[in-house]
Design a protein around this ligand. Structure first.
Ligand code: UDP
Ligand code: MG
Length: 335
């Protein structure tokens, strides 16, 4: 049996993993709404909060709840590592035979979880929530999101089910598969799709955020989008070969044309405008392609440093005497 910092795997039926960054005002409401549902669903359950370096009273509130109820636990990061990493940590610390990931802000209705579990009990390893509307998101963000997913589909080798997000139930097999992927630039939506397994979507209405504000600024969303594309596609790297080939082809044609024309009509002095335009254009193309390579090299650099994904500052409700075991390796090198 493998252990994740103090929690034997299979120690309970159902784990709920909740990444939380400055969600102090939502913790209690969420727990109150979850508890009766979980009691009716599983003989044993746990809620694993991942406090992603919150600067408000998130951790204190979780501590207070954990003191009253041993089924509530938390890992708290030493700083903000981002939602994707928080999810990874939650999966590392969840012992359930099935794990549900959900947001802390009550946008993911706990009332859908019984449906997730019912599907799981029918033998489906991954049950994901499909969001029915994004109206709460604002027009600009919605349009940008749409174009990102279109781009991802066009460039990607991994098709994503439309409308699927982090709100989902994962069987232990799927959790272990995800934990075996040690990459730092974690684009969870791509990882969920990449691991495969029989999956089914359950539609749900996205609720309004209960308290607080969205933690995803446009800058964060752009980084997220870049991570997504570069983790799952090499097309942006390869496309330059074809751009280069096409441009060179036209350059040869132009050279031939000028050669023939000079031979027939003699030397012509004008041509300054076309020269400057083409110099600028091709410098631009070269800089763009260098930039794209830079994006990838930067990410390769981040990966080869092999830093831990996250640093736990404090854990609440876990048995500290049991040693943490390494993440599972699905692919082992032959000895
Ligand atoms: N979150 C996190 N770390 C971050 C940003 C967000 O753990 O750096 C959590 C946040 O507390 C929430 C979930 O991720 O539980 C979704 O975040 P949010 O509601 O801000 O995003 P949105 O719903 O606007 O996509
Ligand atoms: Mg939200």
């Amino acid at each position: 049996m493998s252990l994740t910092s103090g929690v034997p795997v299979g120690s309970c039926d159902l784990s709920i993993v909740v990444p939380a960054f400055n969600e102090g005002r939502n913790i209690e409401t969420l727990t109150e709404r979850l508890e009766p549902i979980l009691d009716g669903l599983a003989a044993s359950w746990e809620i694993v909060f991942v406090d992603d370096g919150s600067r408000d009273d998130t951790l204190e509130r979780i501590r207070a709840l954990a003191a009253k109820d041993r089924r509530i636990r938390a890992v708290s990061f030493s700083r903000n590592f981002g939602k994707e990493i928080a999810i990874a940590a939650g999966l590392d610390h969840a012992g359930g035979r099935a794990v549900v990931i959900m947001d802390a802000d009550l946008q993911h209705p706990p009332e859908i979880i019984p449906e997730f579990v019912a599907r799981w009990r029918q033998g489906i390893a991954v049950v994901y929530g499909v969001r029915m509307d994004r109206n709460g998101d604002g027009l600009v963000r919605r349009k940008l999101t749409e174009s990102f997913y279109r781009l991802f589909a066009a460039a990607g080798e991994t098709p994503l089910p439309p409308g699927a997000g982090d709100f989902r139930l994962l069987d232990r097999k799927a959790v272990d598969a995800l934990r075996a992927m040690g990459e730092r630039a974690r684009f969870s939506k791509g990882l969920y799709a990449w691991i495969g397994f029989p999956s089914v979507g359950v539609p749900f209405m996205v609720a309004e955020r209960a308290e607080g504000v969205s933690k995803f600024t446009f800058r964060r969303l752009f980084t997220f989008a870049f991570d997504g594309i570069t983790s799952f596609s090499t097309l942006p790297l390869r496309v330059w070969t074809w751009v280069g080939v096409t441009i060179s082809f036209f350059a040869i044609l132009a050279a031939l044309f000028y050669l023939v024309r000079t031979a027939i009509m003699g030397i012509e002095v004008p041509g300054y405008a076309s020269l400057i335009v083409s110099v600028m254009f091709f410098s631009g193309v070269q800089l763009i392609s260098l930039g794209v390579i830079g994006e990838y090299v930067g990410r390769i650099f981040a990966e080869v440093k092999r830093r831990p994904l996250y640093i736990v500052g404090e854990s609440v409700g876990f048995d500290e005497t049991v040693q943490e075991l390494p993440r599972p390796a699905l692919v082992r090198r032959p000895a």
